[in-house]
Design a protein around this ligand. Structure first.
Ligand code: UD1
Ligand code: CA
Length: 453
């Protein structure tokens, strides 16, 4: 039970971007969304993000996942938290302060810091790390008993203080009431003329309250992102976390360093993911599947025992035992049944394909409803667009569609119909009918000899 306040008002100049830094993405998820999710996973009841630079764009990207406060002018980290005073006052207990550009922080670390904070009876606990190179960070100044005295910013530090390698991560646990009190006493008397949140520690100590530091073990968790190189470094770490968690759940990954899986993906046990696969957020994969090399899945629902090779599946559902690819393109809004074959160079769009149907090669099926156990010959095309409107094609169960058939939709084909190869179908076909829609063949004998004369 705690409240979380996330600082996300900054511009992020070094990203060299039209987009605010805090909504750049790591593994498909905006930086600040990672921090919000870690807070919630740790048990935050109320989360607020302080936004400023392009606030509307930030709010729209993150959505209604937390409350927002606006800091229209950036006058320092203390000033940022002041914008959340009403929110902090409304929720008793602890307030955890996090940064919107530090996506690798985990729920586990937040919980451990809170536990430490509570067990020590602190008014404020700063999360710290020991770095080889502390340049740029605020330093943790302790007395000779090892108690925290204050945090001094790099710019304000003496040469002696700059030698300290314990740094302020910029994340804290505060007793909410104490925090509100200390914020009201902040002044901008420092090198940058800013209201430093870090000064609240000294203020609390001067009030006779207890202040402490919680040192984390994994420095990666406090990596802040300032430019695209750091974005890439964070993504590598996050991707490794995601891939390892799937492996621990029973997923085999071959050359996992080439496999990109975004957040919010579920994969069943005994599924094998081959190299160079990209799986976007919102995808679900069942058990015992093979996701073959070079495949891209975006918001796909893949049931058990499906195998897919070098194919793209967007916003569509593939049922059990179906085989897809190589080089199939399943565009949005398709529902493919059980034990279907979607073979090489097959494109599907906005269509339902029922169980047991075989679409083996070089075929386009768009805006169609196909029944069970239909066999498509090579090169079938639904002509679903007349240049103005789109129309549907409906094909019943157990039909046989000869090679190189065109369906000029709208077309309805009944069950158990046969279509001769090379037919261009412009009219509905009743069930159990053989339809031949092509010019009769003419053989002109000895024609070559006559031409050569
Ligand atoms: C801050 C800490 C420093 C710590 C470092 C860790 C202070 C005074 N210093 O320094 O001790 O080592 O973080 O990274 O707190 N922000 C706002 N509004 C503002 C100012 C900042 O929202 O007016 C946000 C930024 O967008 C960023 C975060 O607060 O997400 C930290 O601000 P930043 O300017 O990077 O602080 P530092 O100077 O790095
Ligand atoms: Ca910073």
């Amino acid at each position: 039970m705690f409240t979380s306040v996330i600082l996300a008002a900054g511009m992020g100049t070094r990203m060299k971007s039209e987009m605010p830094k805090v909504i750049h993405r790591v593994c498909g998820k905006p930086l600040t969304k990672w921090v919000i999710d870690a807070s919630k996973e740790a048990g935050a009841d109320n989360v607020l993000a302080i936004v400023g630079h392009k606030a509307d764009m930030v709010k729209e990207t993150l959505g209604e996942v937390c409350e927002y406060a606006i800091q229209s002018e950036q006058k320092g980290t203390g000033h940022a938290v002041m914008q959340a005073v009403d929110f902090i006052k409304a929720h008793k207990g602890s307030t955890v302060i996090l940064n919107g550009d530090t996506p690798l922080i985990t729920a586990d670390t937040i919980n451990k810091a809170i536990e430490y904070h509570n067990s020590e009876g602190n008014s404020a606990t700063v999360i710290t790390a020991i770095l080889d190179d502390a340049t740029g960070y605020g330093r943790i100044v302790r007395d000779n008993k090892g108690d925290v005295l204050k945090i001094v910013e790099h710019k304000d530090a003496t040469d002696e203080e700059r030698k300290i390698n314990e740094i302020n991560s910029g994340m804290y646990v505060f007793d909410s009431e104490s925090l509100v009190g200390a914020l009201s006493e902040l002044t901008p008397n420092n090198a940058q003329g800013e209201y430093y949140l870090t000064d609240t520690l000294e203020i609390l100590l001067s009030q006779g309250r207890k202040v402490g530091a919680y040192a984390i073990s994994d420095n990666d968790e406090i990596r802040g992102i300032n430019d695209r190189v750091q974005l890439w470094e964070a993504e590598k770490i996050m991707q490794e976390r995601i891939n390892k968690s799937h492996m621990k759940n029973g997923v085999t990954m071959r050359l996992p360093e080439t496999i990109m899986i975004e957040s919010d993906v579920t994969i069943g046990a005994d599924t094998i993911i081959e190299p160079n696969v990209s799986i976007k957020a919102g995808t679900t994969i069942g058990k015992n599947c093979v996701i073959g090399e070079g495949t891209k899945l975006d918001k796909a629902i893949i049931h058990d025992n499906v195998d897919i090779l070098k194919s793209v599946i967007l916003n569509s559902e593939i049922d059990e035992g179906t085989h897809v690819g190589p080089f199939a393109y399943v565009r949005p809004n398709c529902k493919v049944g059980k034990d279907v074959k979607v073979g090489d160079f097959v494109e599907l769009k906005n269509s339902t394909i029922d169980d047991g149907t075989k679409i083996s090669h070089l075929t386009y099926i768009g805006d169609s409803d196909v029944g069970k156990a239909v066999n498509f010959g090579c090169g079938t095309v639904t002509c679903n667009y007349d240049g103005k409107n789109k129309y549907r094609t409906t094909i019943g169960d157990n039909c046989f569609v000869g090679c190189n058939t065109n369906f000029v939709s709208p077309i309805n084909v009944g069950d158990n119909a046969y279509i001769a190869a090379g037919s261009t179908i412009t009219e509905d076909i009743p069930s159990k009918t053989l339809s031949i829609a092509r010019a009769r063949q003419v053989n002109k004998e000895d024609w070559t000899d006559k031409r050569n004369k």
